[in-house]
Design a binder for this molecule. Structure first.
Ligand SMILES: Cc1ncc(C[n+]2csc(CCOP(=O)(O)OP(=O)(O)O)c2C)c(N)n1
Ligand SMILES: [Mg+2]
Length: 322
């Protein structure tokens, strides 16, 4: 079902953002294989519907906090592909001025504070932002996206409980991709669904199809409405899957091939593309044109990042507090 109020151009915009996140990640993967990029990466192919569904409901002024797998979130929130790519190449014009790298992306100007690689940390940082919004009475909303592994950190429990009793305008979005690195979720949690934990804090919890951008959009819309009305936090569990390994060196030997194949049948880009075609809201030519435009945009970001200057050694001392 297509949520009320979304035009064909809104839907094509969502499709484009998912294609941008996917293409960016695929190109980063090739750059790594060719040895052209420093550091490591945690990629988000397969999880684009969560990033785009969440960010499409956020207004200017709302803030997002992500974790160690932030590329798709950053692009969906509006961080420029050039600035994100330059950060991955540790260049001066990167969105974190080369001090963060792949796991530390953000841009306060587009409503994303720099992501943090400490698993689950956003579950206490987003409530901090939400508390400021509440005290100022601004109707802004804070959102954090974290993984199933993050839901077993102490920060998750403290953050949800504090937000609940303070009725904070914050949304906790768990991307349950079934694994925390190589550890299956069911090996470390006897509660089948992360969303079931919401009742422990007296807040709404909902399971969402994380491969369907429109389902995510719908659920986040309801949660932001509650948050803006002063009705407090929501826990959303988006069931999703990462098509890539946990990080660069992971060959995913711990998970069955059939499992990955089954999830790939529900690729969020294919799911939305099919829906747009079936509803007569787009033609295959339009979808192909979007892919071509995005290919250009990502190629431009790579060329920009590769030719951008590296920071001078003394710049390491700028923008640091201690
Ligand atoms: C507090 C903390 N413990 C351990 C790590 C190492 N680590 C990085 S990612 C990761 C797995 C996280 O899994 P999940 O939260 O499910 O997110 P996903 O990688 O699946 O997106 C771990 C254990 C870390 N960065 N921070
Ligand atoms: Mg996970």
């Amino acid at each position: 079902m297509i949520p009320a109020g979304l035009s064909a151009s809104d839907l094509l915009g969502m499709y484009r953002k998912m294609v941008l996140a996917r293409t960016f990640e695929d190109q980063v993967y090739y750059l790594f294989l060719r040895g052209g990029m420093p550091g490591t990466v945690h990629q988000s192919q397969g999880q684009e519907a969560v990033a785009v569904g969440v960010c499409s409901q956020m207004r200017p002024g709302d803030f997002l906090m992500s974790g160690h797998r932030p590329h798709g979130h950053a692009l969906a929130k509006g961080v420029s592909p050039r600035a994100a790519m330059a950060e991955l190449f540790a260049k001066r014009d990167g969105c974190s001025r080369a001090k963060g790298g792949s796991m530390h992306l953000g841009d306060p100007d587009v409503g994303m504070i720099t992501s943090l690689a400490i698993v689950g940390a956003g579950c206490t940082i987003a409530p901090g932002m939400a508390l400021a919004f509440k005290l100022r009475g601004t109707k802004q909303v804070a959102v954090t996206i974290f993984g199933d592994g993050g839901s077993n950190e102490g920060a998750f429990h403290e953050g949800l409980n504090f937000s609940a009793v303070q009725h904070l305008p914050v949304i906790f979005v768990c991307e349950n991709n079934l694994y925390g690195a190589s550890t299956a979720y069911h090996q470390v949690s006897l509660v089948t669904n992360v969303a079931d934990r919401a009742c422990a804090y007296g807040i709404p919890g909902q399971i969402v199809d994380g491969m369907d951008v429109l389902a995510v959009y719908q659920a986040v819309g309801e949660a932001t409405a509650r948050a803006r009305a002063g009705e407090g936090p929501t826990l959303l569990e988006c069931k999703t899957y990462r098509f890539a390994g946990h990080s660069r060196s992971d060959r995913t030997a711990y998970r069955p091939k059939e499992e990955a194949e089954a999830w790939k049948q529900r690729d969020p880009i294919l799911v939305l593309g099919k829906k747009l075609l079936a509803e007569g809201l787009a033609t295959q030519e339009q979808l192909d044109a979007i892919q071509r435009e995005v290919d250009q945009e990502v190629a431009d970001a790579i060329a920009y990042a590769q030719s951008a200057p590296s920071p001078a050694p003394e710049e390491a001392l700028e923008d640091v507090y201690a």
